[in-house]
Design a protein around this ligand. Sequence first.
Ligand code: KIV
Ligand code: ZN
Length: 520
Amino acid sequence: MTRIHIFDTTLRDGEQSPGVALNHTQKIEIAHHLARLGVDVIEAGFPITSEGDFECVSRIAREVRGPVICGLARTARADIERAAQALETAQRSRIHVFTSASAVQIQHMLRKTPDEVLEASVRAVELARQFTDDVEFSGQDVMRADFDFVIRLYRAAIEAGATVINIPDTVGYGTPVEYGRLIARVRDEIVQGRPVEISTHCHDDLGMATANSLAAIENGATQVECTINGIGERAGNTSLEEVVMALHTRKDHYGAETGINTREIYRVSRLVSRLTGMPVPPNKAIVGDNAFAHESGIHQDGVLKHKETYEIMNAELVGREAAVMVMGKHSGRAAFRKALADLGYVSDGGVGDHGLNDEAINALFVRFKELADRKGQIYADDLRALVEAGSEITQTFSLESLQVLSGTHVTPMATVRLQTPNGVREAASTGDGPVAAAFNAITEATGLNPTLETYRIQSVTRGSEALGEVSVSARYGGMSVAGIGLATDVVEASARAWLHTINQIVAGQTKAKVPVEQTP
Ligand code: KIV
Ligand code: ZN
């Protein structure tokens, strides 16, 4: 069996998704979950781009044990030195140097000649090797490049000391056959049995990222670069869960395996969706709501008689257990704890363990009881949402009560009562709708007025009693911040999301998003 290395770039390429800005706490939380998922490499960020990114990569390098921690750098000396500095404390580090390979990018973006690009790449790889023995090299936009130049560029990078050569289809242009052929050419013409790993990095503009990555594996690639839920620039990157489960389910065909603990997939998928505010489409393979649901009578009948009639994988294998677990207002603390443990949220006291401790479980139990009173039955997904919404930061402001008056011929009006470190604060305000009125009242009570950028609402489980989950993103003082709120009442869920956003601002959990020029 060939061992395929999973290089996760959720925190770097994934974070380049439009509208996504993760703060430090969120990135570190995701990095710990990725380590627990068993990825081989975490691309933690692009350290030269901002002080914040540098700090974040440094913290991940210091704290997260297990995977190799990787930092991205252009071919400029400053980029490489900054990446090396950020990675200083990592157990195992990698510097990922990138340039451009296609004529269109070399000419219009880098404004260099191909020979200059090649020389800069050689110098950059040599410099990176002075800091670490693990250096990855990428030439962007390979699939629109002159393949003879690609071969020349990568041969030079290997001779300069690159240990991993990554072949990015940056704009998602390649087809599986073409991409597979190029990988085979790289394998036969330049790697030629040397200890250099071939890596694939595909974007999903034509919906072929997973197919292209798998074609690369069939032709000699042993590393796949991917993101959770396939998030990333434009249409996104290759989905980690799709590649991993394709290799797992079709071992007979690919003869390859990964080190991923597949049972962690669903949890990480939800975490990333929640923290980025990017919902997972219901029909998304592996992690979408409908991925294991059977609707038609014939299918249901088949699955009830024998699961394999319409299922090629078990939901349990990716950490989902449909709606089997039902709890309610009569469930006690022990049953609640057990349910959380079954879902993998309870701390086992291990090193780097980010599970819930007793204090956190007790606090969540109070929310669970309130919820059970209002909603009746509580499913596994409700519990997940409860844990995820409650696990982030200490709340400076917490919602004690919310009253909203709204209707067809009245101006919506909201009154909030908040607990604050200086006692209770109350405020009332109007708005265009009940949600806007609640936001305005909270702004009034807290004195903080971020600008709302995106607002999303989705139900956690099905049916009219379902929990509503609201995610918002906002700007405050040039920084981005995101919040989430959960309640059976959607206006209350919205108010909680807004308050969560404001609490993050108070806790300093904001994130600057700085554009970076390609030419160093
Ligand atoms: O898509 C791309 O080319 C990249 C590189 C930096 C590897 O993300
Ligand atoms: Zn990319």
